[in-house]
Ligand binder design. Structure first.
Ligand code: UD1
Length: 386
């Protein structure tokens, strides 16, 4: 190709933004690439926080978010909005991330326009249709439409190969979230959130919590919050910090069960820089998020996963993550072990980097240059020693 490669990144939720931001910036820096950013704004405030932090000004903003939005609603609005944008901008490749409904609908809009698809964070699987819901199926459907698969780990690559995907189109890159972490975590960091700034990370065992997944809404989230309440009441040296997602279905439960409890800070969602630095300083993490499971091993923090399974077995193998499930007693039992048993804690609190070395975005840009004939050398795969 004689002209520049026209690459459009598409994302819509907070975690996609955190993980796509380092790539969007790297694409902008590459002289062979004309980079544009389209946000669907499946999330609004929580997305804008990340855009501000990384100083990214989207070229297109579909602004689709509605309160208590449905999967069909999101899919339809992304598909229609992106179809118009793609027809106008005519990119050579659309880059989507992970497993949200923005990801799936973004890839579908590109496919319908016969534009190539690059899938960042490809190859994660639980093989359980409804868990996580709808993410497992979103990522499977996206893989089918993808031309260039950017798999974070060798294990993710194997999963794609098992699905008959051409191995020459799979690049093992590491996860871009580790690129983001390298920018955000600082020794002398000052928290923007007042409650985090006032938190005593030194003399309290601070437990950083996030829980808001769709399949946890209702009974599982009630169990999680009840378990958290039990833990903080039983151990006076603990302090729970829980940035609560803006989804009303999450906030109602979290505030009803944990509101007003001593040593529980229910705070509004914080920026990625606040969250990463809180993680770097906390005692341990309890979460149903995928991204936190990837970040915590790099920061040597034990993680209790508030789900029945994980598509991130590398951190379990590395020993920093344990899957608790969503039953109250199981969650309490794992937390008890980490709070009471110093040896068990030390075993889990060790640094490992199964998810990346901070150069994932660079590898993705090189892979695109290679695929579009801008260089002769295929980039080397990321290789983890953990
Ligand atoms: C979405 C993704 C999920 C991803 C998660 C990260 C889907 C189906 N789900 O789930 O894969 O892991 O993001 O958080 O793609 N809201 C606001 N302001 C915001 C953001 C959300 O008010 O800035 C509220 C709205 O009421 C919205 C609700 O949260 O309707 C749910 O948002 P939605 O994107 O549908 O689901 P998430 O649970 O955030």
């Amino acid at each position: 190709m004689n002209r520049k490669i026209k690459a459009m990144t598409v994302f819509g939720t907070r975690p996609e933004a955190i993980k796509m931001a380092p790539l969007a910036l790297e694409l902008k820096r590459c002289p062979d690439i004309e980079a544009t950013v389209c946000v669907t704004a499946q999330h609004r405030e929580m997305l804008d926080q990340v855009l501000t932090m990384f100083d990214i000004k989207p070229d297109y903003d579909l602004d689709i978010m509605k309160e208590r939005q449905t999967l069909v609603g999101i899919t339809t609005r992304v598909l229609e909005g992106l179809d118009e944008v793609i027809k106008q901008a005519r990119p050579d490749v659309v880059l989507v991330h992970g497993d949200t409904t923005t990801t799936f609908a973004g890839a579908l809009a590109a496919f319908y326009n016969q534009v190539k698809v690059g899938h960042v964070e490809a190859g994660l699987r639980t093989y359980d249709k409804y868990s996580p819901y709808p993410e497992e199926i979103n990522r499977c459907l996206t893989s089918v439409m993808t031309d260039f698969h950017f798999a974070p780990t060798a294990q993710n690559r194997q999963s794609l190969i098992r699905e008959n995907i051409d191995p020459s189109k799979i690049y093992v890159t590491g996860n871009t979230v580790i690129d983001a972490l390298a920018r955000t975590v600082q020794r002398d960091y000052r928290f923007a959130d007042e409650s985090l700034a006032a938190t005593d990370f030194d003399s309290k065992k601070v437990i950083l919590v996030t829980a808001h997944r769709r399949e946890n809404l209702g009974e599982p989230l009630k169990n999680i919050c009840t378990a958290l309440r039990h833990i903080v009441e039983r151990y006076p040296d603990t302090h729970i910090v829980y940035p609560v997602h803006l989804n009303p279905a999450v906030r109602e439960v979290a505030f009803e069960i944990l509101g007003g409890t001593e040593r529980v800070s229910l705070i509004d969602p914080v920026g990625a820089d606040d969250l990463h630095n809180a993680m770097a300083r906390c005692y341990m993490v309890m979460t149903d998020s995928g991204g936190l499971q990837e970040e915590a091993p790099s920061l040597a923090k034990p993680v209790i996963v508030l789900r029945n399974e994980t598509e991130r077995p590398e951190a379990v193998a590395a020993g920093t993550v344990k899957v608790a499930g969503v039953k109250k007693d199981d969650i309490i039992a794992l937390a008890k072990e980490l709070i009471e048993d110093k040896a068990k804690y030390d075993e889990m609190a060790k640094a490992a980097n199964p998810y990346g070395d901070g150069h994932a975005s660079g590898r993705i840009v090189e892979a695109l240059r290679y695929e579009f004939g801008k260089c002769a050398q295929r980039p080397c795969d990321f290789y983890s020693e953990d």
